[in-house]
Design a protein around this ligand. Structure first.
Ligand code: FEO
Length: 396
């Protein structure tokens, strides 16, 4: 295989995972995921993050081949989540002299997972330099993007940012590895926003803090640990992450419903139609029992409006709506125009539960929730007309 070069001395040594169904055993991977790892071959060599164990059987051979069987000098660990760290054991076994480089928070994790002796660990502090010869690396701590030990590595020589999970994406790298080799807008943007909303969104304020730390740092290339490498237009991915972490959304509305026998579904279609009549073109309606919360969360992150509807179920909202509400409470998308609706047969418990959820989350519903007892008809849903008008006006 041809080695992929980021620059003269910097190599891509990552891989694709098309076998795994669920990332973190939770988030669907219909398009797989890439684990990116990078190798700098200089007077001293440095490997930047590793891979998920078992994802690339020739990983060590690949490194040996690039290094022409010279030993590896440094392994830089930006993040300890096992999708990047579970090959650390193989690396330290294969290179007995390698120094593992990271910040102080990482060492306890390295010890817990790999029993790494202290003498094999080289602690770096924020702003310190690791001199490889031509390349000089420095380190910026970015805690909670998205674990407490997370940091990024910056090559001051070639202005390359090794950003780990930040600026990452779901989706394998199918031939094209660099942003100028792919149609980002047609494919990766959705997968990147899904990754952001599922994995990083909860820590949006910490993303903004990381941005503040990196302000003014010239970046010619961004090498994340998942998804495309940004060598042509790094400003594009910086702008997307900035927007998402500021909770800036587009005109549009996501209507999510849980329905057992179709009554709440009819209500969802009615409110969708009425909002469309008000001129809103981006309307997405999801049955929460069918579409995985991963995809719904991504759409919620994309659009300004969010409407939740549920039937009553055991004196509560439907369990699948519970799941969506749980994920909303974890990732906490902000600045949403919000509304609630639902149906029931005797006591309206589903809507009551949704209203309680909204209050706890600080989501302020537009108007009164539209509630239907039994089968919906146009009279029972007449409240939607006012709601749709007011809702559409707010998200335009
Ligand atoms: Fe891609 Fe937090 O690991």
């Amino acid at each position: 295989m041809n080695n992929v070069k980021i620059s003269e001395r910097v190599f891509y040594v990552g891989t694709n995972d098309r076998k795994k169904h669920l990332f973190e055993n939770n988030w669907p991977l219909p398009n797989g995921v890439a684990y990116n790892s990078y190798l700098i071959k200089d007077e001293k060599s440095a490997l930047i993050d590793t891979l998920e164990f078992g994802s690339k059987d020739d990983y060590i051979d690949n490194i040996n081949c690039i290094l022409e069987n010279r030993p590896l000098d440094y392994l830089i660990v930006n993040h300890m989540e096992p999708d990047h760290a579970s090959m650390i054991g193989e690396v330290i076994r294969n290179y007995p002299e390698v120094k593992v480089v990271s910040n102080c928070k990482t060492y306890s994790m390295l010890k817990a997972y790999y029993k790494l002796p202290e003498e094999r660990f080289l602690e770096v502090k924020e702003g310190e330099t690791l001199d490889l010869g031509h390349h000089k690396l420095t380190f910026v701590l970015t805690p909670w993007v998205h674990w407490p030990e997370t940091m990024v590595t910056y090559d001051t020589t070639e202005q390359i940012l090794f950003s780990c999970d930040a600026f990452g994406s779901f989706g394998t790298l199918d031939g094209g590895i660099f942003d100028d080799e792919i149609n980002f807008d047609r494919y990766y943007e959705d997968e990147m926003r899904r990754y952001y909303s599922n994995i990083v969104g909860k820590y949006s304020n910490m993303v903004q803090k990381a941005f503040a730390k990196l302000a003014g740092v010239p970046v010619k290339c961004i090498c994340p640990s998942h998804g495309p490498v940004w060598r042509k237009e790094p400003s594009k991915v910086l702008a997307l992450y900035d927007r998402w972490s500021r909770n800036e959304a587009e005109e549009g509305v996501v209507i999510c419903y849980a329905s057992m026998y179709g009554n709440t579904e009819k209500m969802a279609d009615t409110i969708a139609r009425l909002i469309a009549e008000e001129g809103i073109k981006n309307i997405r309606v999801y049955d929460v029992s069918k579409t995985h919360v991963s995809f719904i969360l991504s759409e919620i992150w994309k659009y300004k409006g969010l409407i939740l509807g549920t039937c009553a179920y055991n004196g509560d909202m439907h369990p699948m709506m519970h799941m969506l509400c749980h994920e909303i409470s974890v990732s906490q998308p902000k600045n949403k125009t919000f509304a609630v609706f639902g149906s029931s047969t005797w006591n309206g418990a589903g809507v009551k539960a949704l209203m309680a959820f909204a209050e706890k989350q600080g989501l302020v519903p537009e108007g009164e929730p539209v509630q239907v007892l039994g089968a919906p008809d146009s009279e029972k849903m007449s409240g939607f007309k006012t709601l749709a008008k007011e809702f559409a006006a707010k998200i335009k």
